[in-house]
Design a protein around this ligand. Structure first.
Ligand code: ADP
Length: 464
């Protein structure tokens, strides 16, 4: 059964993990899809901003014209490549602030509700004439970017499009009294890129209902699974406890019943019927066993009471006198083992308001356990202290209780499955009942224990 439950738990957890992976995969796909749609829509909205803003248009014309003049210088040998590129950078830098602010204005006019950074990045500048193709700039061969607009880091940039500005140009100049002409095709390749500020946030916001619903369903499934497994384990524990209880009570009933069977047989024996002394002995045996059975039934009935069902009959007692009497009576009742009992009183408040009958039962249950769950000889130490409450601590040097069992010893019918105490009789009701009695007095019971070292039970009771 335990194996089955473990298998079930493992299978459920694996199922849950698989489900989470699938769910995560689907959410990730939806996220990508939403992002793509969002980016495409944004691209569409801003793709024509350049064309619709006359100011941006005139800025473009300005740097393009300026640049062509510099290329003409280059073709006439009046400037080298570096100078051409530096001049391009210079012009772009000089108009960049205006370009950026005009771009933002254009965005606002187009009613785009989120922040966008935009730039044109120069990819390549190639001059072709009738003789050769000359590359002035290639982004792949340089570490410095030429950028018009906002600089956007590589990881945030979203590509919009690649634009080719191609223009044919002819120019004539008088050099040293001679008219010289140049003709070339300029290919200027740029990449338009953007960064949508907080796009992750925007996309996630669009997905918020889906995310919340998935999270809720996920939490619900985990909750239900946890609840089902917990109930299953509790059911299993209850079933085990019931089986143990049936075994224990059967064991307890066996001896008196066997003796009663034997006694009845004896009474039927014709020879023995003639001996009155023998009949008397047998009848008292039957009486004793009957009492034992009755006590067993009473124990099950009474000790099963919950603290709310316990009706207290409180009276004021002198703490020290009362506890001394309980301990003395206990010592007189133990015959099976040698018990060394020490008591230490440190009591300030002299009287306590308790139900003597019930508290005696509670203290005796703990003392009897100290004797039951120990070797041939047991040392018991009782420390009785009082300040704002009364604390009765009962320490033994018996077999002790393991940490796992410690949590359950106050449960109804619970008995620790310790090999050392296998032959000790009991129904697992004593500590349950003791706890209920203390609870009914608004007190508490604590236990500390170490296996093979001994246990300490501490009863705390309010004075009133
Ligand atoms: P029972 O003694 O009938 O089994 P109890 O409710 O009195 O039932 O105790 C529950 C379990 O707690 C016991 O079965 C025993 O394993 C453990 N226990 C209680 N008192 C002690 C003790 N002083 N030392 C070691 N084990 C103890």
């Amino acid at each position: 059964m335990k194996k089955k439950i473990n298998l079930l738990i493992i299978a459920s957890i694996l199922g849950l993990i698989a489900l989470s992976i699938i769910q995560g995969y689907l959410i990730n796909n939806t996220y990508k899809l939403k992002k793509d749609v969002f980016v495409t829509e944004t691209k569409r909205s801003i793709s024509q901003i350049d064309d619709f803003s006359p100011k941006l248009d005139s800025l473009s014309d300005f740097w393009q014209e300026n640049f062509i003049n510099k290329v003409v210088d280059y073709k006439f040998g009046a400037a080298d490549k570096t100078e051409v590129i530096n001049s391009l950078k210079f012009v772009i830098d000089s108009i960049n602030d205006t370009y950026k602010s005009e771009y933002q204005k254009a965005l606002a006019e187009n009613n785009i509700p989120y922040g966008i950074k935009f730039h044109k990045k120069v990819k390549a500048i190639i001059i072709t004439d009738s003789i050769a193709t000359d590359t002035l700039f290639n982004i792949l061969k340089t570490s410095k970017n030429i950028v018009l607009g906002n600089r956007i880091s590589e990881e945030n940039s979203i590509g919009i499009s690649t634009t080719n500005w191609e223009t044919e140009h002819t120019s004539t100049r008088n050099i040293n009294g001679e008219n010289k002409s140049v003709a070339f095709i300029l290919t200027f390749q740029t990449k338009d890129e953007m960064d949508i500020e907080g796009w992750k946030h925007i996309v996630l916001k669009q997905m918020s209902s889906l995310l919340l619903l998935s999270l809720f369903i996920f939490a619900l499934v985990i909750g239900l699974l946890y609840y089902s497994i917990k109930s299953l384990i509790t059911q299993k524990k209850i079933a085990d406890i019931k089986t143990d209880f049936v075994n224990n009570i059967t064991h307890e009933l066996k001896t008196p019943l066997a003796t009663l069977t034997l006694a009845t047989k004896m009474l039927k024996n014709d020879e023995l019927k003639q001996q009155p002394q023998h009949i008397n002995n047998t009848v008292s045996t039957i009486e004793r066993q009957n009492k034992r059975l009755q006590k067993l039934i009473d124990q099950v009935m009474d000790n099963s009471l919950g603290y709310r069902e316990i009706e207290l009959n409180k009276e004021s007692v002198n703490t020290e006198d009362y506890i001394n009497t309980v301990l003395d009576d206990f010592l007189l009742s133990v015959k099976s083992k040698k018990v060394n009992l020490t008591r230490n009183f440190s009591v300030v408040q002299q009287s306590i308001h308790i139900d003597k009958f019930y508290i005696t039962t509670a203290i005796l249950n703990i003392l009897e356990n100290a004797v039951k769950y120990s070797g041939d000889e047991v040392n018991i130490r009782c420390d009785i202290k009082s300040d704002s409450e009364l604390k009765i601590s009962i320490m033994d040097d018996g077999v002790g209780i393991s940490q796992t069992n410690l949590k359950q010893i106050f449960d109804k019918f619970y008995r620790a499955g310790n090999k050392e105490i296998h032959n000790v009789k009991g129904l697992g009701l004593g500590l349950y009942y003791t706890n209920q009695i203390i609870k009914a007095h608004n007190g508490k019971i604590e236990v500390k224990s170490k296996e093979h070292k001994g246990s300490t039970f501490i009863l705390t009771l309010p004075f009133k």
